[in-house]
Design a binder for this molecule. Sequence first.
Ligand code: SIN
Length: 286
Amino acid sequence: MSFKVRKLGSALGAEVIGLDLTQTLDGDTIAALLAAWSEHLILLFRDQSLTPTQQIAFSRYFGELDDHAAIPKFRHAEHPEILMVNNREAATNKRLSVGRQWHSDLSTTLRPAKGSLLHAIQLPMVGGDTMFCNMYRAWDGLSPLLQEWLSGRDAIHDMTIARETQLQRTHAELEEIRLRNPRVYQPICRIHEATGKKALYVSEMTTSQIDGLTREESQPILEYLYRQSTVHENVYRHVWRKGDSVLWDNRCVMHIALADYDDSERRTMHRTTLKGSPSGRLVQAA
Ligand code: SIN
């Protein structure tokens, strides 16, 4: 099966044209897709209509799938490999907001996600966009001295510090999340196992502190790193169409779901998450 690739942004992103994701792919096509993914970091497939089973089957070409045990509340009832990324809770219609700060999926676990594939099922009339940034470029843009200081250092990732988690969860729920997801150290500079390139690996949604510094000392450095990661020229903004599927590489890309739409409308997306290699270590309680 052959396809064309069209660049979407100068920092990252490409559209794959001519593939039907419900079809079985041969080895050469899979190899060509993996090469395009490695080069462009995010791949867009337009006009797809995927059942959960089809999305799961396509995602498996890129690796083993996570069952979202770290975030069970949002799992699909019959397919734990599908994470429901909705702005409303199905049973209660309660407002939900997910992914509204820059992050890399599952960085708070010891098996951070390799990639994620998000499929648009239902969209608001306008908005509901997602932005992505290139974390190789974020690393490369730092001065050699700062790169040297950050190399080999770890930072703490904590699921409970996410702004929306803090706002939406009760004290008891936060305790439960904390027990299920103990804090982890992750390297600040991550070496991508497929490309060998260095990527910055800290995020405003989950990183609380640099190992060896206090929170107060860490904060200005982390804030600089977040700003540096998300400068305009390092970002691709995706304006969704129903049937879009976007695959991104969490090892070298951060993303953010924008609240740029009328929240009384529904936004329903299905995400599959690819398991990454083991990374990090648990923070031992003092
Ligand atoms: C996510 O953070 O995985 C979801 C992004 C989105 O809903 O646009």
